[in-house]
Design a protein around this ligand. Structure first.
Ligand code: SGN
Ligand code: CA
Length: 498
């Protein structure tokens, strides 16, 4: 699993941005889900949904801010009880240590790209090098040296990359900083048909992406564009050794010099395009290292003769905006952050090269993994095992809608609280807390979700039906307005809001 890896940046889904041959291999030898989504598009909540098989309002991890409630039952604990060896390496972001693992080495909170600190069962340690390579080294080291080869294993291999602020590995600086990428059709979206939430969100590349922190500018003369960030946040190089910094500067300084020369003549539109290109160069550069390392791990499984009876899953904690709607970041129920990559290989069970367009969610992972391993899933898990879809037994799959609920507001990026329902044809979203506003999208006619048709009378009947269906789902999953108020009250108690 990676962090913030948009499906648009995996060549099995879209080959206009980057080639990811190693990640693609999982789909080539297995199955590619084209309609996989998360129930709450943000890091720790998504991980909590994955581990518990329960929606955020039930497992309690609604946002990145509060620690995970470790009284929840998680699928790795059940694997361990069933005799599996369990290990976790990389990013967890729970505010506490994972339970149910024989071994873990995790990044504290978001973790760092260069020379990162790790929390281990023997205390904290700093490991020199590049985070994506290190997480793979730790993983292979456990597989090689401490795994009992007689027992089955469950391994969680969790990258930090390509999370903000997108620092690639040295070997990818040159290739990626010289590439330029197609401009998304909605880069200059004016959010005209949308409700307030899109207009007030703070994740626009032109307005909210920081030239210093995000685009790695170091020139003091344009510091007014980087208010707060240069001082408050780590800049790209401040964890690097001298050698690492020299190598970084040899590539990034000339880019910055060229930008400084051009900056006085730039307008909003040329600056937007420049920032978008620089964003893509660094973001995709990070993914290049994820792909290299996924290849290393797949090769390791091959070399050790483990591939034939190992299920391999690749996913992300959520999707991400790569300039669509002018944005970076995630959180919204719109496609690019609602959807998440999902590729699964299960030799002799999945027909290689299968594509599946049924609506599946991260909520389903726990029950899927438990069924694959022949372990009984607790009755109160809320997903559905994907095993029938994996085996091509589609007749038994009967889901026609999925539920979504995002909470972290007021907070960074200012995306308002909302919940909604998606069917293959439509998406209905309700923003609440400091607004009461609805949006409706016709997914077939308007796949880029540019036209909110909630107030179009031609859609009145559809909106009514979808509202009923949304209520059904909220009842099914035991979500309610009183739970919304309960979670708002927690923000009040903590002093996040008045
Ligand atoms: C950090 C980032 C945000 C990002 C959140 C959540 N800011 O706070 O841009 O939305 O993480 O990301 S930064 O200045 O610290 O880079 S998540 O993947 O952990 O949910
Ligand atoms: Ca994330």
């Amino acid at each position: 699993m990676s962090d913030d890896h948009a499906y648009q940046a995996i060549s099995a889904y879209n080959n206009t941005l980057i080639e990811t041959p190693n990640i693609d291999r999982i789909a080539k030898e297995g199955l590619l889900f084209t309609n996989a989504s998360v129930t709450n598009s943000i890091c720790a909540p998504s991980r909590a949904v994955i581990l518990t098989g329960k929606h955020s309002h039930i497992n309690g991890k609604i946002d990145n801010l509060s620690p995970f409630d470790t009284t929840n039952v998680t699928f790795p604990q059940l694997f361990k009880e069933a005799g599996y060896q369990t290990a976790m390496f990389g990013k967890l972001h729970f505010g506490n240590n994972p339970i149910g693992f024989d071994e873990f080495k995790i990044l504290p909170e978001q973790g760092d790209y260069y020379n990162p600190k790790f929390i281990t069962q023997k205390g904290d340690t700093i490991i020199n090098g590049y985070v994506t390579d290190i997480i793979t080294d730790l993983t292979i080291d456990w597989m090689e040296k401490r795994r009992d080869t007689i027992k089955p294993f469950l391994l969680m291999y969790l990258h930090k990359a390509p999370h903000r602020n997108w620092l690639p590995a040295e070997r990818h600086y040159k290739t990626y900083t010289t590439k330029s990428f197609p401009i998304p059709t909605s880069l200059f979206d004016d959010y005209k048909t949308r409700e307030a939430a899109s207009k007030t969100a703070e994740m626009n590349i032109l307005k909210h992406m920081h030239l210093g922190y995000d685009n790695k500018l170091t020139d003091k003369t344009i510091d007014e564009l980087n208010i707060d960030y240069n001082g408050l946040r780590n800049n790209a190089t401040n964890r690097m050794t001298d050698t690492q910094r020299h190598s970084w500067e040899s590539i990034y300084n000339p880019i910055n010099d060229a930008f400084k020369a051009e900056y006085p003549t730039m307008n909003d539109s040329t600056l937007m395009v420049w920032k978008y290109q620089r964003y893509m160069q660094d973001y995709l550069g990070c993914i290049a290292a994820v792909d290299d390392n996924v290849g290393r791990l797949l090769n390791y499984l091959d070399d050790k003769n483990l591939s034939h009876n190992t299920v391999v899953v690749y996913t992300s904690d959520q999707g991400f905006y790569l300039g669509e709607h002018g944005w970076f970041d995630k959180r919204f129920m719109y496609n690019e952050s609602f959807k998440t990559p999902l590729l699964i290989k299960w030799p002799n069970k999945i027909t290689p090269g299968t594509t599946e367009d049924e609506m599946v969610q991260n909520l389903d992972f726990a029950q899927t993994f438990l069924e694959i391993a022949g372990i009984e899933a607790p009755k109160d898990m809320q997903g559905k095992s994907l095993v029938p879809l994996l085996k091509g037994e589609k007749e038994v799959w009967d889901r026609d809608a999925v539920y979504y609920h995002y909470y972290e507001y007021p907070a960074e990026h200012a995306v308002k609280r909302h919940y909604g329902i998606a069917t293959k044809d439509y998406k209905l979203i309700h923003y609440y807390y400091d607004v009461d506003a609805w949006e409706l999208y016709d997914r077939k006619k308007d796949p880029n979700e540019m036209n909110n048709v909630y107030n179009d009378e031609n859609y009145a009947e559809i909106a009514t039906k979808l509202k009923d269906k949304l209520n059904d789902l909220r009842n099914l999953y035991k979500d309610s307005d009183s739970l919304n108020n309960y979670y708002i009250q927690i923000y009040k108690n903590k002093g996040y809001i008045k």
